[in-house]
Design a binder for this molecule. Structure first.
Ligand code: C2E
Ligand code: MG
Ligand code: MG
Ligand code: MG
Length: 290
């Protein structure tokens, strides 16, 4: 019976399309197995500081290197991990992997690494203590980490989220609102929460070339962020024209396939070294644009 359930899970693999408890149990045990057997992988994607052209930050993104299915993208298991609460273990794992490599990345000029948090993480009152304990073990500082949270994760239970975010901020972690513009934005909360950064969702950034409306949303979000004293990051930058537009709009940082896809850590480090050799050119062209 267990073998049959595993097969069903293998065919579907999207828990949203098969909610039978046998399949879900199977997926949960597969995820546990993956974590214990080093099948989960930390990938990193660079964020470029537009004024200097330097790769000053990165986002940690999880991948599942499945022995049979190959590389499984997070959208196929993160929502399930969130539903079951497994996400808490996953978050601590990705944070620990990130803390492990952070000092080496700092030496390459990558000053800050972002880690994604989910609703469940925000409801965990002990999260700040757990993160601090991990950092102490690896000799890393909270200031080198940014925690990305979506609007919907915050609005799920705004009071508890606010309490957790306040404590994280007091300890020195930077906080970012991810996928900004796609959730139920409450500008009142935005003003009130100890947030440092807004990330414009890639749906707006990818469409800003062709759609005047999207370009206006991007421009307005950049202005909103700056008026609130926040750093603003554009995700989903897929070509040079959009990168240039963002630079002209004084967007602070950009992330996207045009610079690099998310990479395994050794490839990421090699990418940063290569990029640094070209960065003076990028800085010069940014300066020339005024
Ligand atoms: P996100 O946090 O908004 O991450 C950005 C996503 O956009 C990543 O997808 C990244 O690969 C993708 N992306 C970046 N630049 C481009 C681009 O130029 N074009 C396109 N088409 N896509 C681009 P990914 O890695 O598949 O992750 C999807 C989502 O899964 C993430 O969205 C995040 O919500 C979640 N996720 C990934 N890793 C973790 C994790 O470790 N923990 C948690 N809680 N969630 C994670
Ligand atoms: Mg993110
Ligand atoms: Mg995002
Ligand atoms: Mg997203």
């Amino acid at each position: 019976y267990a073998a049959k359930a595993r097969t069903a899970g293998a065919q579907v693999y999207d828990p949203a399309t098969d909610s039978s408890s046998a399949t879900n149990l199977s997926l949960l045990s597969e995820l546990r197995h993956a974590l214990d057997h080093q099948e989960l992988r930390l990938f990193l994607q660079p964020k470029i500081h537009l004024a200097s052209g330097r790769a000053i930050a990165a986002e940690a993104l999880v991948r599942w290197q499945h022995p049979q299915r190959g590389l499984v993208p997070p959208m196929l298991f993160i929502p399930f991990a969130e539903q079951t609460g497994f996400i808490r273990r996953l978050t601590l794992w990705i944070f620990e992997e990130t803390a492990r490599v952070q000092p080496a990345l700092q030496r390459l000029g990558v000053q800050r690494i972002s880690v994604n948090l989910s609703t469940r993480d925000l409801l965990d009152q002990e999260l700040p203590d757990k993160l601090d304990a991990l950092l102490r073990r690896h000799g890393a500082l909270p200031e080198a980490f940014c925690l990305e949270i979506t609007e919907s994760a915050i609005m799920d239970d705004p009071q508890r989220a606010e309490a957790t975010l306040n404590r994280l901020s007091e300890r020195g972690y930077k906080l970012s609102i991810d996928d900004f513009g796609t959730g139920y934005s409450s500008l009142a909360y935005l003003k009130r929460l100890p947030v440092d950064e807004l990330k414009i969702d890639k749906s707006f950034v990818m469409a800003m070339e062709g759609e005047a409306g999207d370009a206006k949303i991007v421009r307005s979000t950049i202005d909103l962020a700056h008026n609130l004293g926040l750093t603003v990051v554009a995700e989903g930058v897929e070509n040079a024209a959009i990168l240039e537009q963002l630079r002209l709009l004084h967007c602070d940082e950009a992330q996207g396939y045009h610079m690099s896809k998310p990479l395994p850590v050794p490839e990421f480090e090699a990418w940063v070294v290569k990029w640094a050799a070209q960065a003076p050119h990028a800085a010069a062209s940014a300066a020339a644009l005024g």
